[in-house]
Design a protein around this ligand. Structure first.
Ligand code: UDX
Length: 451
């Protein structure tokens, strides 16, 4: 098939390369010339495992190219919209201006005579967006059928998640004829994946849009639930990692997404739950999602807690102390700094006067660019030299494997805050460290109840 992908960020660029890998003829369109040039040269503008190899192989096969010239996508049979929907400044709602301009571009370039083309929306949008796009297309007189086809990929596993998805959802128009055009078109696109028996769910527009935000809200709720339990553990001497393991053996609860720590960040979870609340407000059902306000609040509190833990270890004063932060990206195997808990904690500690050094295996360059105030170094050894406290805030494999004995010789004071609960406390304590996890205050006992 001839496919266009509008928006070539983490989502769009990976989707374009994966569609080419499925044998289609793909053009990625983006307004950013530097990004397009880099992708065409086979150099990904972001860190994503497996993507560089896929990109170069598909470019070489001649099935994939990127452009800023919108006229090049005119004759595609399906146009995937993969632009960002970031949080609006100062508000909870999503900024839909990139979606709107993608639709405008399409209407401008798509011909009138070639028969229906399909717009397949992948961006995360407020419910009601697909319906509005269909109206705009109809008003323009262009023969375009809108399908919502949410994307569930995780950064760090983007290629794998796109080529072997858990499920594929088509949010189809109510009109049966249009729904059939949309279904057939996406079936042809995903033929190879559907052959592997990936579940395919056919829904209306609203359900498909809601599936995505519901999934992300559920994941965010799970993380905040376990972080709330971590607060209880801190107050009582419990250990949240054992608690998570014990409740996780119940299949109905499950072990995944119950890792307590400095909480969730990134370009999706935080802004998606906020946009969902804002949309519920517009729809007059804000009470249904009031709990997400608490999910957000618990999450942000974890960041403050990490700062306070460090402050306490330093006798309440950052000024005059040297602090190392290991990890800046919002999660490992990514260089994405958007709403990163690690970066926010580092920034807060810096603004309270600490001599702060930060490192990250993938995000160091992006960090130097984004936060020129911070002292960024390339290795753990440089970061921890003569520090009074080390905070591990992004659980890169190389940080999980750090040797407490070796590290002990580099620091001034052996204080470690394990902001992702990935270190083995006994090993660190044995090597002479003052270890603090999140919700692992094994050295505190609960105030006894009165009987
Ligand atoms: C998420 C969804 O998982 C994905 O399906 C959707 O398409 C986009 O949003 P992503 O943002 O890549 O993906 O990250 P994810 O792996 O979900 O992690 C989100 C954040 O939660 C990270 O900051 C991570 O460190 C944190 N997290 C995750 C926890 O704090 N604890 C956990 O148990 C799991």
């Amino acid at each position: 098939m001839r496919i266009s992908v509008i928006g070539c960020g983490y989502l769009g660029a990976v989707h374009a390369a994966c569609m080419a890998r499925l044998g289609h003829d793909v053009i990625g369109l983006d307004v950013d010339q530097a990004k397009v040039t880099s992708l065409n040269a086979g150099v990904p503008p972001f860190y994503e495992p497996d993507f560089p190899e896929l990109l170069t192989s598909q470019l070489a096969a001649g099935r994939l190219r990127f452009t800023t010239d919108a006229s090049c996508i005119a004759d595609a049979q399906v146009h995937f919209i993969a632009v960002g929907t970031p949080q609006l400044a100062g508000r909870n709602a999503a900024d839909l201006s990139y979606v709107r301009s993608a639709v405008n571009t399409l209407i401008e370039v798509v011909g009138t005579s070639a028969g229906p083309a399909v717009i397949a929306g992948k961006s995360t949008v407020p419910v009601g967006t697909a319906e509005r796009i269909q109206q705009i297309c109809d008003e323009s007189g262009k023969d375009l059928v809108v399908v919502w086809n949410p994307e569930f990929l995780r950064e760090g596993f983007a290629v794998q998640d796109t080529l072997a998805p858990d499920r594929i959802v088509y949010g189809l128009p109510d009109d049966p004829e249009r729904a059939e055009i949309g279904r057939r078109c996406l079936d042809e696109c995903y033929q190879e994946l559907l052959g592997d028996r990936t579940p395919r769910l056919l829904t209306n527009h609203a359900t498909a849009e809601l599936v995505k935000v519901a999934a992300n809200s559920f994941l965010a709720t799970k993380i905040s639930f376990i972080n709330a339990m971590a607060e209880l553990c801190d107050a009582t001497g419990g250990d949240v990692t054992q608690l998570a393991e014990a409740i996780g053996y119940d299949d109905r609860i499950g072990r995944k997404f119950l890792r307590a720590g400095v909480g969730f960040g990134g370009g999706c979870l935080p802004k998606d739950i906020r946009a969902f609340m804002a949309r519920a407000g517009e729809l007059g059902v804000d009470q249904a999602l009031t709990f997400l306000r608490e999910v957000d609040a618990i999450n942000l509190r974890q960041r403050d807690k990490a700062v306070e833990m460090a402050s306490k270890l330093l006798g309440g004063r950052f000024v005059g102390h040297k602090v190392a932060v290991l990890g800046a990206a919002f999660k490992p195997n990514s260089d994405d700094l958007r709403d990163s808990p690690a970066l926010q904690v580092a920034q807060q500690i810096w603004s309270r006067g600490a001599d702060l050094v930060i490192t990250d295996p993938a995000a160091a360059d992006a960090l130097r660019h984004k936060r020129p105030n911070l002292q960024v170094v390339d290795t753990v050894a440089e970061a921890v030299q003569d520090v009074d406290v080390v905070l591990l805030l992004t659980e890169w494999q190389e940080y999980r494997e750090l040797d407490p004995v070796e590290l002990r010789n580099l620091v001034r004071t052996p204080n470690i805050i394990d902001g992702r609960n990935v270190l083995e406390p006994a090993r660190w304590i044995e090597a002479g460290w003052n270890y603090r996890g999140m919700g692992r205050h094994a050295n505190r006992t609960a105030t006894p109840v009165s009987l």
